[in-house]
Design a protein around this ligand. Sequence first.
Ligand code: HEM
Length: 340
Amino acid sequence: RQDWFPSIFRSLPPRLPIEPPPQNRETPEDDAHLDRRSDSDVASVARDEPKHESAAASGRALGEIPLSPLPRVVQREAEPDTGLNSPSAHSTSDGQTTPKASATVLESSVPAFALSAPEDASSAAPKAKNSSAPTLSPSSSSSSSSSLMPPPPRPPTLRPLPSASQASSTSSSLAPAPRARNNLPLPSRAPGCSTLAPPPTHSSKPSARARPSRAVALSPGHSPLDWARLTGDPRGAERLRGLPPGTPYLRVTPRMLRRQTGRRGRDAWTVLGGRVYNISPYLPFHPGGEAELLRGAGRDGTRLFGEVHPWVNYEGMLAACLVGIYVAEEEGGEDMEAMN
Ligand code: HEM
């Protein structure tokens, strides 16, 4: 057990500038050390002697790495740590023989730190007062380590993210943090559109469209395509008006219109936009059913039509069914009298 602890403590000196000292203090205190010396002894002695030894040991362990400044670093840290890291330092003297754990740990941790260590020593030395071992005070060592470590990793990682997000977004870089998380492309919405409201869809038609569908099943041969095919045929279109071939467009009065309800053997007429259509041939093709279509028969169905499906192009669909124009009673022509 004693063999293990020294190996761990030996790895501590190089780590000290990187990691806060409290961790080192928490490392288990060797029973043997506590038995031999008091805490004060350990504090005072351990920093000097044992850490030099540990430095030597680390030098040995790092023999493979040609970095000379290593011993300096260890000395610097050993002295300022007085009273704090003493137990760990003291333990190294006992554990010189335990090699494996310390050697591997040092190789991984020390090289990265040793590279920056000489710069610290040179920069920190003038700042410290007098002493050849300027780093003795824990504050100086910690400050030097903190000044070295944080800057390099963070800036490069933080800056690319906002820049990437800025590429997609047009806003400024004043708020990088929240947008850095959102690397995913934002949904394309109108600039003035609120994020709480759903994006506009085809369902945003008039409120009538929100009701459950009242469409009916059309009998075979009466699909919209069949209706388009029927009205596209010139010969068939002539019959769709329900008038003798060659009959000109009529001037339909309200009185005439009221009789065209689709009953008593008469065709059903309706008025849409000031024009009179014979809707009888369209009855079996009407997706809303014959009964619905007949609601507009014999009267002006413009308003009713608009309430149900204003988007339907009735002019194109019923062009072949055009009877005439809707006029006032007094404006009716002789033609209409003849038809009656
Ligand atoms: C004026 C009286 C009319 C009434 C009361 C009426 C009523 C209806 C109703 C209730 C529907 C079903 C809507 C749904 O899907 O829930 C419908 C669909 C339809 N109606 Fe009419 N209709 C009338 C006139 C016409 C006329 C004159 C035409 C043709 C020019 C027509 C063409 C259509 C078409 C194409 C649909 C299907 C619309 C769609 O699915 O979006 N309707 N109609």
